[in-house]
Ligand binder design. Structure first.
Ligand SMILES: Nc1nc2c(c(=O)[nH]1)N[C@H]1C(S)=C(S)[C@@H](COP(=O)(O)OP(=O)(O)OC[C@H]3O[C@@H](n4cnc5c(=O)[nH]c(N)nc54)[C@H](O)[C@@H]3O)O[C@H]1N2
Ligand SMILES: Nc1nc2c(c(=O)[nH]1)N[C@H]1C(S)=C(S)[C@@H](COP(=O)(O)OP(=O)(O)OC[C@H]3O[C@@H](n4cnc5c(=O)[nH]c(N)nc54)[C@H](O)[C@@H]3O)O[C@H]1N2
Ligand code: SF4
Ligand SMILES: [Mo]
Length: 721
């Protein structure tokens, strides 16, 4: 780093190196980075932050600064793998290297065989959103036009689907943030629920701290005293799974104390009166009874939010991964709608989108019910539009499928017999893993595309080596709704290929080449993809790569070449429901699917640590990150530890109705006494998802990762892990 004459920070370019402008491979922040590429070896050798990237201004977290080490890592899959010995399914053993031709031949034969014997819908696609928009779009087309199956869904079901459901209900549109991140530090109050922001979106923190430094306020809702909770003005230390009661309690106080915006409510919303009636029940005392939060704190939080001239309601998986995740989202969104703190700069609502392309990846047809541009398969007009674009007859468009977790149910009953898994590691990340692993093992035929041999690859018959984000180009939509450009820094390692290329080559072999063969480059896919989104409400048509480059990204909707995009949503106070009004939702409280009882008296919640990413398949291979956090642990409050007679670092058995695992105890005051927490980024016997519950939200079909009943057993004979 160096400063130019005006004091602006600039990146240094080292001799024999070039910098390739791109973004981090991991979370929805998509921090700006330059990959350093040696111009002699043409290999990635390091990283420098991008000081000129307006969202993150040169900031990066420990995962980001080591992300470049993925590309040339010795664990990279260099050639396709074929399993000859089916009895070894579920282990790393029994694979041999093969050529692409052999792998394609086997996949084509098996897929055709299954579809001939059991129908088109016997195949399924399970995808992820660490991929570019172009790849996500093509995966949807590959499933519906290439494989002609209705069964496609993706890992956003475990991640963003409750936020999506809540926003669709409240606003009629699902863009994760109603305002750009560059507004955050200028607001007067942040209400942050169920987000461990400092560990999961660390490069947002300078904007959050700036609010407090300017005299504004920070309210945090979390059962744990996370780093952001520690510095909050009010920390509402909630019992896991009870957010809806808290949201209703706060709404009641906002109404009783006249913090409402009558004009906004009357002209731009529906549903206020019913909601007002419903939340009357939620006095501070009653709310406290359900949530375990001190009533005084609830009153203080409502007052701070109510009084703030501008405020932003933010949330993440803590409130969304519940059986009432959609209701929680609408419940907290109600706060902004009744106070009119939305549809203007510095005020609004935002979910902290999880994966790198968690936003874009849910808009372009990888969801069981969706087509490009966020169109709906259940809508005949939408089917007509997309069919015409793809050149198929509307009658050929498969019907809506089922959600990611529900696909395992169909696999168990043999409705689905074949799986093409890409960009996800459900053998670690799905709930109730004993069941999921058993079902994956029993599949007739499974393909897994990844760049490392993940725990899920262990169940595959064929493993296909894909490229990392640094070996291909395309666009990603960050947590603001800003479409940004990922650039290629290096040629693919070994024989790995980008996912889009693999799908085109497979479609050709399956006899569906006429719908795919015109696509030769990532740019061709990008141009088709922009066209496919045109006219949908997630319209990317005007977001050309040139414009993205010139404008530091383009916020959707962006409908035409001369449309600059939409950083702030609803500035015209027009919501996307047919009458242009937002919906204030009256939402009765209901408890989590499983409440603690005598046998399972603890509340188990799960989540993340700063050093690992999701299932950990990428970050557990990076030495620095693994050194910092080599194994999972269970957080227990000191009083609870005393009750069980267990000590720090002692290994205990943690169990629920579904499974068990052994963890080291981490005694910490930064958790509620009735709650235990385990990070989920670890495989095999260490996976906390062996214990989690598979209860789903009725609307989003999101599993309740954040709350179930558990028990600890102190081991008589000390165990060494
Ligand atoms: N370091 C790191 N960063 C990441 C990721 C990662 O794996 N590692 N993953 C990315 C992805 S895909 C995602 S989805 C995001 C997730 O980002 P977050 O949602 O911030 O992460 P989590 O740890 O899942 O959960 C957040 C918090 O919810 C709290 N919580 C648990 N139960 C409840 C509850 O009932 N109510 C409330 N209010 N809070 C509760 C937990 O104590 C936890 O502190 O992070 C992204 N960033
Ligand atoms: N208990 C518990 N479980 C959870 C959660 C929780 O909070 N608690 N959170 C849930 C959430 S929010 C999420 S997002 C899920 C995520 O869970 P997963 O979907 O399993 O996420 P990843 O670990 O990112 O898996 C992505 C896999 O694809 C590979 N990969 C990365 N990029 C590409 C690519 O471009 N192409 C291909 N083909 N492969 C690629 C990676 O190496 C990795 O093996 O976990 C969910 N599970
Ligand atoms: S905050 Fe997210 S995008 Fe930024 S460096 Fe860390 S993991 Fe990467
Ligand atoms: Mo996520």
């Amino acid at each position: 780093m160096q400063k130019d004459k005006s004091g602006k920070i600039e990146n240094v370019v080292h001799p024999n190196e070039k910098l390739v402008k791109t973004h981090c491979s991991y979370c929805g922040m998509q921090c700006g980075m330059n990959l350093r590429v040696n111009t002699v070896s043409n290999k990635i050798v390091g990283v420098e932050p991008r000081y000129d990237w307006p969202v993150t201004l040169g900031k990066m977290c420990p995962k980001g600064v080591t992300a470049y080490q993925q590309t040339n890592h010795s664990d990279r899959l260099l050639k396709p793998l074929i399993r000859d010995d089916a009895s070894l399914k579920g282990t790393k053993e029994g694979f041999r290297e093969a050529s692409w031709e052999e792998a394609y031949d086997l996949i084509t034969t098996k897929f055709k065989e299954l579809q001939t014997n059991y129908g088109k819908n016997s195949l399924s696609v399970y995808s992820g959103v660490s991929m570019t928009n172009e790849k996500c779009y093509l995966t949807g087309k590959f499933a519906r036009v290439g494989l002609q199956t209705r069964y496609i869904d993706y890992n956003g079901r475990f991640c963003m689907s409750s936020a999506a459901g809540g926003f669709l209900r409240s606003f009629g549109v699902d863009r994760g943030s109603t305002l750009p991140w560059t507004d955050i530090h200028e607001t007067d109050c942040i209400f942050m629920a169920g987000s461990n922001t400092a560990e999961c979106h660390p490069t947002s923190m300078f904007r959050v701290w700036a609010v407090q430094e300017r005299g504004g306020y920070l309210i945090v809702v979390d059962p744990r005293e996370t780093p952001i909770a520690r510095r909050a003005d009010v920390h509402l230390d909630i019992k896991p799974g009870t957010d809806l009661a808290l949201a209703n309690g706060i709404l009641n106080l906002l109404i009783q104390n006249n913090y409402t915006d009558e004009h906004f409510i009357k002209n731009h919303t529906n549903g206020f009166e019913e909601t007002k009636e419903l939340v009357k029940l939620f006095t501070p005392e009653y709310t406290s009874e359900i949530t375990g939060v001190d009533p005084e704190k609830i009153i203080r939080a409502a007052e701070l939010y109510g009084k703030a001239p501008n405020a932003i309601v933010m949330f993440a998986r803590g409130i969304e991964q519940q059986v009432k995740g959609v209701d929680n989202v609408s419940g907290y969104t109600n706060m902004a709608l009744i106070t009119g703190k939305i549809g203007r700069p510095k005020s609004g609502v935002a979910t902290l989108t999880g994966q790198g392309n968690g936003q874009g990846g849910r808009e372009h047809g990888q969801k069981a019910d969706a087509l490009p541009g966020y169109r709906k398969i259940a809508n005949p007009e939408h089917v007509k539009e997309v069919s015409a674009f793809w050149g198929i007859d509307p009658s050929e468009m498969p019907k809506p499928g089922v959600s990611a977790y529900e696909m395992f149910g169909l696999m168990e009953e043999k409705t689905i017999r074949g799986l093409y898994l890409l960009c996800s590691n459900p053998a670690v990340s799905a709930p109730n893993l004993n069941y999921v692993r058993k079902v994956m093992k029993e599949l007739d035929f499974m393909v897994c595309a990844d760049f490392y041999l993940s725990e899920s690859c262990e169940f595959a018959d064929v493993v296909l080596p894909t490229t990392t984000w640094s070996e291909d180009e395309g666009t990603v939509t960050n947590l603001e709704g800003r479409i940004i450009k990922i650039n290629k820094a290096q040629e693919p390692v070994g024989e790995s290929k980008p996912d889009w290329q693999i799908q085109i080559e497979l479609a050709e072999r399956l006899g569906r080449g006429k719908y795919f063969s015109h696509l030769k480059t990532a740019r061709d896919v990008a141009d088709e993809f922009r066209g496919a989104s045109k006219g949908g409400y997630a319209d990317y048509f005007g977001a050309t790569w040139d414009k993205i480059d010139k404008q530091d990204g383009v916020f959707w909707p962006c409908k035409s070449e001369d449309d600059p995009g939409t950083p702030h949503m609803f500035l015209d106070k027009k919501f996307y429901h047919p009458d242009g009004k937002a919906k204030i939702c009256a939402l009765p409280y209901r408890p989590p699917a499983e409440e603690p009882d005598e046998v399972y008296p603890l509340r188990l919640t799960t989540g993340r640590v700063v050093y690992h990413y999701l299932s950990g398949n990428q970050t557990r291979r990076i030495k620095f990150l693994n050194d910092m956090c080599p194994e999972p642990y269970v957080e227990v409050h000191p009083e609870k530890a005393m009750e069980y007679g267990i000590e720090h670092d002692e290994i205990i058995r943690l169990y629920t109705r579904r499974g068990q695992a052994f963890y080291k105890v981490k005694i910490t005051e930064a958790i509620r006494k009735d709650t235990v927490f385990v990070p989920y980024s670890f495989g095999h016997d260490e996976s906390i998802n062996l214990l989690t519950i598979d209860a789903l939200d009725p609307i989003s079909r999101m599993p309740e990762f954040k709350a179930c009943a558990a028990q600890i057993e102190k081991l008589e004979i000390k165990k060494v892990l």
